[in-house]
Design a protein around this ligand. Structure first.
Ligand SMILES: [Zn+2]
Length: 372
């Protein structure tokens, strides 16, 4: 049984999501409470954190920010430098060449043009691909090892350069209701969230990958983090207007390149998300098979919370675009992983959740529960 939030359109099949007795989801409740927050005292707390970063760094840089060059990381870098007045070192984890999009490369270059210093870490493409393939087969999603690399590189560089303050963007527990513990600005335990599950990628090694080959995929241990004196902070927690819409506006004003694709090709209405990689559309489609919702659901739910969209319009957009993915991206993904398209669909369909999907007489699938 799927329950949809009465305010936005998020379904109860989103892992970790909870509802109150009025059928309103946690992120909707939190978004209303944003008006009651004492933003002044949060700002004071943030200023103290920035000062702590400056005082505890052994470098000319005061903090580390993991960047993709996308809207959120561009906004974080600008906030750190221009609003907090500290000097961030940006760390980018680069995708294997086949996964890196042209726009992503332009956006990373844009950060350099904006005057930031960026270090790029490029984990072994061969290891990356092997783990992605194993994750896709095991979970029906390639994302786990990729996320591990994207999040582990930042604390590894922070420890190596002795810059202990790390800024992350939003706290997904507050924005999306994800499973993950912290509901504050403290991100020190974020490696224990749902996706990273401790940050240890060894389940993908299978005797062909050594731990030492996957160091950039492995989150530092608690001991290493403690020795590095790491302090990981969600910058988004401290800014009332830190959201996808405003972040995109600010980043575009500052040179962000956006996608030129149609919603039916990418299953999303926004053209400013996950710009560095095209496989992400395939993953959103797979998520749709497993949980019955895709990227459009997240996008319109956020717009409803911001008061920018009516629920009726959101329902229509979800019906039209959720879970859509152009065959171009599926073909590209299959080529990359060296799968035939039949093999891909065998795996993908095996993850279709039969509790929420039913097969129609003509062989196509439809959701058992209707969003209204
Ligand atoms: Zn909601």
């Amino acid at each position: 049984m799927i329950q949809y939030c009465n305010k936005c359109v998020t379904p109860s099949s989103r892992p970790g999501l909870s509802f109150n007795q009025d059928g309103i989801c946690l992120p909707c409740i939190i978004s209303v409470e944003k008006d009651k927050i004492d933003w002044g005292s949060r700002r004071k707390e943030l200023n103290e954190i920035a000062l702590w970063g400056k005082d505890n760094s052994d470098s000319n840089f005061d903090c580390i920010i993991g960047v993709s060059g996308g809207k959120d990381s561009t906004r974080q870098a600008l906030l750190a430098r221009d609003d907090l007045g500290i000097n961030p070192l940006l760390v980018s984890c680069t995708y294997p060449p086949e996964g890196q999009s042209e726009i992503g490369a332009q956006n990373l270059a844009n950060l350099t043009n904006l005057g930031f210093t960026t270090i790029s870490v490029g984990p072994s493409p061969k290891i990356w691909k092997t783990m992605m393939k194993r994750s896709f087969i095991k979970y029906g999603s390639y994302g786990k090892p990729t996320e591990m690399a994207l999040y582990a590189t930042t604390p590894r560089v922070a420890i190596a350069y002795r810059i202990p303050l790390i800024f992350l963007g939003e706290n997904n527990v507050l924005t999306y209701g994800d499973v993950g513990g912290s509901t504050t600005g403290d991100g020190n335990r974020m490696k224990y969230n749902n996706t990273l599950s401790g940050g240890n990628p060894s389940e993908f090694f299978k005797n062909t990958i050594q731990k030492s080959q996957a160091i950039w995929h492995s989150y530092p241990s608690d001991k290493e983090m403690e020795l590095g004196n790491l302090r990981i902070v969600y910058l988004g927690y401290y800014y009332k207007d830190f959201n996808n819409k405003i972040n995109a506006e600010v980043a575009i004003e500052n040179g962000l390149h956006v996608r030129n694709s149609k919603p039916e090709e990418i299953g999303a209405i926004n053209n400013f998300d996950a710009l560095e990689n095209d496989f992400v559309h395939v993953n959103q489609m797979l998520k749709y098979f497993k949980f019955g919702f895709g990227k459009t659901t997240d996008e319109v739910s956020e717009l409803i919370r911001l008061g920018e969209m009516e629920r009726d319009e959101a329902v229509e957009l979800v019906k039209k675009y959720d879970g859509k993915c152009s065959t171009i991206y599926i073909k590209k993904f299959c080529e990359y992983l060296e799968f035939s398209e039949d093999e891909f669909w065998d795996v993908a369909n095996s993850f279709r959740n039969k509790n929420i999907w039913q097969k129609k007489y003509n062989g196509s699938w439809e959701l058992k529960y209707k969003l209204v």
